[in-house]
Design a protein around this ligand. Structure first.
Ligand SMILES: NC(=O)c1ccc[n+]([C@@H]2O[C@H](COP(=O)([O-])OP(=O)(O)OC[C@H]3O[C@@H](n4cnc5c(N)ncnc54)[C@H](O)[C@@H]3O)[C@@H](O)[C@H]2O)c1
Length: 437
């Protein structure tokens, strides 16, 4: 069977690859010509574990195209993964989804299925189903199939998802999706069919629960320090209760990325329109927005006046394992340091993340984006760790002593035991500061 994947970002490209691995012939379309040109050469447009190898292995079953007509006339099943960014009022910008719907209406000549993988406001499927109308008169079914993957693990999670959620009340759509997911269903992946609004809601409910967990621990971390408690010890013992668990309970400088921040504001916006206030979601978002500020105050307090201090900022993407810099906390920290007069050497192991970051914070004589870890560390008065990259979790103290001028490590991800470093002031989140012996 042939299927078309529309929009080849983090979600769409993982979808295209895994559909081809499951034996489907995939036409993969994006309206970004440069991205398609790279993909045609076999190059991954962003960093994602296993992506380059998977693109190579499946090259015979995926054809990449930038030709709109070819994309919309090559099959009657369209998986759609366009971005749905936040509008200034917090709502979701559905411009790209509407563009896709218009193309489907224009081109399809036979009964077709539009499977929405993008995160969209609850009720979008209902509205589209009521309004969609092909020029040819062919029936168009709208199916909700929210995506739950996490960047950095996109292919792994696409191959073995925690669950598959299908939102449709129609037999034809449900039957088709069961065929498309036959292999995953038979391997035991939980498979839930429900009405479209519930399926759309599952996505927000899941993401916002993750945001709540993270912000809950980060808020506790603020209190742990003055109380003399260690948030790492607290969450370790707390998470041993299977009702709580350990995932997403690590204190840090807050979450970023293209999903959690915007999904929180989108659902709040939708609730507000209906006269509700989602106070927990609101507070989780507020804790997250202020968490970097709390950590920054510790840097200012410990490092003193920042003017001309050299700070190596490690980790520019929003989390380890991805080159995505959307809503990265590094943006806030680097801009704040520069504003306060510091000299910043920022670094990320991903060359794509470094390039993307230069679009967020301009390079200048005060801000250099180093291409190696060593270059970032040389002459630094302090290190600021912002992601959990392996390279930052295994810093060699002797090398640091030789390379750096100062003796401060600010660890925004609690990667080390508080007593790990012998000769550095080690400052982390929700734990006692450790001074050199
Ligand atoms: N990134 C994640 O971790 C993740 C996880 C789950 C769900 N989601 C949701 O999935 C959706 C996609 O997210 P993403 O991070 O993959 O987006 P992205 O920004 O990485 O990619 C979006 C792609 O859509 C393309 N595009 C835009 N308009 C188009 C059009 N009219 N025709 C063809 N292509 C078009 C862009 O060129 C781009 O390549 C969003 O709704 C997001 O909330 C994302």
């Amino acid at each position: 069977m042939k299927v078309t994947v529309i929009a080849l970002g983090y979600v769409g490209l993982a979808n295209a690859v895994v559909l081809s691995e499951r034996g489907f012939d995939v036409v993969a379309y994006d309206n970004d010509a440069a991205k398609i040109a790279e993909l045609k050469k076999g190059k991954a447009p962003f960093d994602e574990a296993g992506l380059s190898v998977a693109l190579y292995k499946n090259r015979k079953r995926i054809s990449f195209t930038n030709d709109e007509k070819e994309a919309y006339t090559s099959s009657n099943v369209f998986f759609v993964a366009v971005d749905t960014p936040a509008l200034p009022d917090g709502g979701s910008n559905l411009t790209h989804l509407n563009e896709v719907v218009s193309c489907v209406e224009k081109y399809v000549k036979e009964e077709s299925f539009l499977v929405i993988r993008s995160t969209v406001p609850v009720g979008t499927n209902g509205k589209l189903s009521a309004s969609v109308k092909s020029l040819s008169g062919a029936r168009i079914h709208i199916v909700s199939n929210p995506e739950f993957l996490a960047e950095g693990r996109a292919l792994l999670e696409e191959r073995s998802p925690s669950r598959i959620v299908i939102g449709s009340n129609e037999k034809a759509s449900r039957d088709l999706l069961r065929v498309l997911y036959r292999k995953a269903i038979s391997s035991g992946v939980p498979y839930y069919e429900m009405d479209p609004a519930s399926a759309e809601f599952v996505k927000y409910a899941s993401n916002l629960f993750l945001a709540l967990k993270i912000s809950y621990v980060n808020e506790l971390a603020r209190l742990a320090e003055p109380l003399g408690a260690d948030i790492g010890a607290v969450t370790l013992a707390m998470g041993a209760d299977p009702r709580i668990g350990h995932s997403m309970t690590k204190a840090g400088v807050g979450y970023g990325g293209a999903c959690l921040p915007k999904d929180g504001s989108a659902l709040q916006r939708e609730a507000k329109e209906l006269g509700f206030r989602l106070s927990l979601v609101e507070d989780a978002s507020l804790v997250n927005q202020t968490q970097p500020f709390f950590f920054y105050q510790k840097i200012v307090k410990r490092l003193g006046p920042l003017s001309n201090k050299k700070v190596a900022v490690l980790g520019l993407s929003f989390k380890a394992g991805t080159s995505d810099v959307r809503h990265t906390v590094a943006d806030y920290f680097v801009k704040s340091l520069l504003k306060d007069g510091a000299e910043v050497r920022s670094y990320d192991p991903s060359a794509k993340a470094r390039k993307a970051f230069s679009g967020l914070v301009a390079v200048s004589h005060k801000h250099i984006i180093a291409s190696t870890l060593e270059a970032a560390l040389t002459g630094a008065d302090a290190i600021l760790i912002l992601t959990e990259d392996e390279a930052f979790a295994s810093l060699d103290e002797n090398k640091l002593l030789r390379a750096m001028s100062g003796r401060f490590i600010f660890d925004g991800r609690n990667l080390y035991d508080t007593r790990h470093f012998r000769y550095f002031d080690y400052v982390s989140v929700g734990r006692a500061e450790h001074k050199p012996r």
